[in-house]
Design a protein around this ligand. Structure first.
Ligand code: ADP
Ligand code: MG
Length: 413
């Protein structure tokens, strides 16, 4: 418990090596890690292979990781191997239909808007500010210690019709900002206004009226949907809480929403556990949009989904945003996902904003060292491009005076 996730993963790799293993089976070795740590673990596995001639079976759902490390690839579908190829061949010319679909669904950093077929609309010049956050500070109380400052003097805004991507490694404070904006946790200081109204100071009916204009989607749809309610009730709950329409009108509205998120009418009477993860997330989105919010806060809305499901949900989400024109704070740790839909990007580290700007500026031409590191560590699903990116990352780290992970055999033995 005194080690970080990345350190624990190194210990496991050292254990495998201590027995002189000729083969390491690595089952999702980097799935729970941040991209920067992931890049180090992948480098360590590569060094192990080179130093000891160890073979590695890498089990992963992440095509960027495959592109970074694998020489050859087996693709499994419904319990069967459907394709086997050298990595460069597989990515360049996938033969099986499933592989093709899978690769088409993987977000690719640098491909920008519209990579899933739908691009968000340009934000109107002079658009009104939908959300404004100024000098926000959020602290968590700790027993016997001074409070932990999870969000430290953060300022940014979101215009009407704009999607702002909030990115950063785990623990950087992204969700804390989302929760503070929803009033789920108290803010220590700062100002938050939604459509010109001061969210942190208003109370009672005014607050309720303002809340009505803010929709929310969380990462885990299984946990955020009430399991005892059928889908129709889940989606219409915000309408009944805010006493919108007659029961009949509400029912009609739910059917409209089901159609908007591409779910069948029959979903109305089903329960959350009877739906797939992707369908459940569609329900969360329908519920979030029930009151036609002006502002949507989405915290990692596709991070728990498979890539092919994620791609269809992202396309649908962008379509809905085009249609309804809500402002959106889209929180994600996945830079490629943000690249596909955000107009502007805010990068966080240790509770502070390190860089903010347009998608092009931040993702294609980052100015801050941290943003450069973060971008360089994100693997792209293309082995040739990824090799080049890896070399560039090593050059970047060396120029910053970092030691690129290199296996010290004496240390290990
Ligand atoms: P992110 O969403 O960027 O991964 P979070 O906002 O969840 O990060 O967390 C930011 C920091 O606040 C982390 O260091 C985390 O450990 C801490 N934190 C989050 N929730 C709580 C809590 N309820 N009590 C104390 N500390 C918390
Ligand atoms: Mg989070």
């Amino acid at each position: 418990h005194e080690f970080s996730g990345g350190q624990k993963q190194r210990i496991i790799i050292a254990m495998a090596l201590s027995m002189g293993a000729k083969l390491i089976v690595a089952d999702e070795p980097t799935t729970a890690l941040d991209v920067t740590v992931q890049a180090e673990i992948l480098q360590l596995l590569r060094d192990v292979r080179d130093a000891y001639g160890t073979s590695i079976i890498l089990i992963t759902h992440n095509m960027g990781v495959v592109a970074d490390l694998a020489d050859s690839v087996l693709v499994m579908y419904q319990g069967k191997v459907v394709e086997r190829a050298w990595a460069t061949e597989l990515f360049a010319s996938p033969r099986h239909d499933y592989t093709r679909k899978l690769l088409a669904a993987v977000p690719h950093l640098g491909d920008g808007h519209g990579q899933f077929g739908v691009a968000p609309k340009e934000v109107a010049a002079g658009a009104e500010t939908a959300l404004s956050v100024e000098n926000l500070v959020v602290e968590y109380k700790r027993q016997g210690k001074k409070p932990f400052r999870a969000v430290d003097d953060v300022s940014f805004d979101v215009k009407r019709g704009e999607i702002v991507g909030l990115v950063g490694e785990s623990g950087s404070g992204k969700s804390t900002i989302g929760r503070a904006l929803l009033g789920l946790i108290p803010s220590h200081s700062g100002e938050v206004s939604v459509l010109g109204e001061d969210l942190l100071s208003i109370k009672g009916p005014q607050l309720k009226a303002l809340r009505k204009r803010i929709g929310v989607i969380f990462q885990d749809p299984a946990a955020s949907l009430n399991p005892r309610f059928p889908i129709g009730d889940v989606i219409s709950e915000p309408l009944s809480v805010h006493k919108v329409g007659t029961p009949k009108e509400r029912q009609a509205r739910v059917h409209e929403l089901l159609e908007a998120v591409q779910l069948p009418r029959s979903a109305y009477n089903r329960y959350p556990h009877e739906l797939s993860g992707g369908q459940r997330q569609r329900v969360s989105i329908a519920r979030a949009l029930a009151l036609q919010p002006d502002l949507l806060i989405a915290d990692e809305p596709t991070s728990a989904l498979d890539v092919s499901v994620q791609a269809s949900v992202l396309a649908m989400f962008t379509e809905l945003q085009r249609h309804f024109g809500f402002a959106c704070l889209f929180i994600s740790h996945d830079l490629a996902v943000i690249d596909s839909l955000a107009h502007r990007v805010v990068v966080m580290q240790y509770g502070k904003i390190v860089e903010a700007g347009t998608r092009e500026d931040v993702l294609l031409n980052p100015q801050q060292e941290y943003t450069k590191r973060l971008l360089a560590a994100a693997p792209v699903p293309n082995p040739i491009e990824q090799r080049k990116r890896r070399e560039e990352r090593h050059a970047l780290l060396e120029s910053l005076g970092d030691r690129v992970v290199e296996l010290d055999t004496r240390e290990l033995l």
